[in-house]
Design a protein around this ligand. Sequence first.
Ligand code: NAD
Length: 471
Amino acid sequence: MHHIEQVYINGEFVTPHGTERFDLYNPATARVIGQVRLADAVDGERAIAAASAAFPAWSKTTKQVRIAALQRMHAAVAARHDDLLEAVVEEYGAPASRSAWMASYPAEVIAQAIEALEAFEFTTVAGAARVEMTPLGVAGLITPWNSDAGFICGKLAAALAAGCTAVIKPSEMSALQTQIVTEALHAADLPPGVFNIVTGRGDTVGETISRHPHVAKISFTGSTRTGKAILRNAAENFTRVTLELGGKSPTLILEDADIRQAVPLAIQAGLMNSGQACVAGTRILVPQSRKTEFEQALAQAVAAVVSGDPRDAKTVVGPMVSEKQWQRVQGYIQKGLVEGARLLAGGVGRPEGTRDGWFVRPTLFTDVHNQMAIAREEIFGPVLCVIAYRDEAEAIAIANDTDYGLSALVLGGDSGRARRVAQQIQAGRVLVNTLTHELKAPFGGFKHSGVGREMGAWGISAFMEPKTILG
Ligand code: NAD
């Protein structure tokens, strides 16, 4: 059993004022594997006070000092790779393909911030004026459970690079991963108060951070619903926000696509991170003229996906993170059936051979139209929809007929044509015949998928305000 009893405030592991114990689960067995003692609003206040006290000195540090600090963070986080790997399997149920990425990405995203900081121009000239990029102040960093260490490290590295100090509120469901990252960051020997980590509930610690007048910036990753609540809270103090929210991304298969290349990419895009990915390509748009052919190939591919024990090398889809998430996925599969969509693979219930864990059957629906709930709402599980279109114009219209706009994938034989289609899709990122992720490029969403961008110079600037000096 794991017992996490402390939070991290002002450079020290301390017993929180909060006394609530929250159970931690192994989603592959649905058994309790430990408990975390949660921070409360008082701890949130203390963390904000520590970050406020550390801000004047940290905001005046040179680029060299910040680069050296980030390099120590990078080394310390990379050194905990194996511990993180074990934690993401045990606490999150990530299968091999995902867990390897989740254990190495936190260090990689810090390395990305170091490179961006090295090239960052803090002072530029605009006509007769000098423009100085000025750190905003204390940053509140609120993160979800589906990539805990990666989001903590990415947001913190950008905030510190900008000269901000930080209060981090990770998801209460990821306390093992958070503990490992906190120990690593502590070993990086940063000045006390520069970062503080208070695991607690969203409606206590999260609310304290997003309403606090001494928090100048919120960087949030999570659901669109919580993002809206944070935006409302932030309005009170004009707190700056970056919001990385949900998605319902289209995978647009063009008429000239090679079925052998398109199908594996479409399935991978849809089922990545066991379907618990904000960028997951869950709406698969196929040409009406090739509908039957694609239905057969996609159904075969989804039926062959192994969903089960994350420690089994063959597993592609691991368990859902929680019982709540399992119920949610079951509810949407049921809803798809009620709405009249036709099941091509999967369905309600657990996959054969699995027992107690929160396992789901990778599911593919066809005869879906874009007004159905399964085509409009983010399910956050391995449930994919096939939607047929008549021509390219209709395909683009369906792709864009969504509240979201985080990511899209276009697959086609003529890459020039595929790129022209990509240009017409309203999304923060459009991939053409690839699933490659570019860490140096801005990441974020259009429409209800978010506000602002992370990564690179865009990510650092998000923690700063330009100040114009004349004369
Ligand atoms: P969530 O919105 O429930 O929680 C995210 C974080 O916000 C948690 O730490 C939670 O405790 C906190 N929170 C909850 N209520 C709060 C409040 N009122 N004030 C302040 N903080 C509050 O999301 P989740 O279920 O943890 O994560 C899944 C969601 O995250 C999905 O919708 C997914 O699309 C989204 N997501 C987006 C991205 C992206 O980059 N766009 C990446 C990963 C996940």
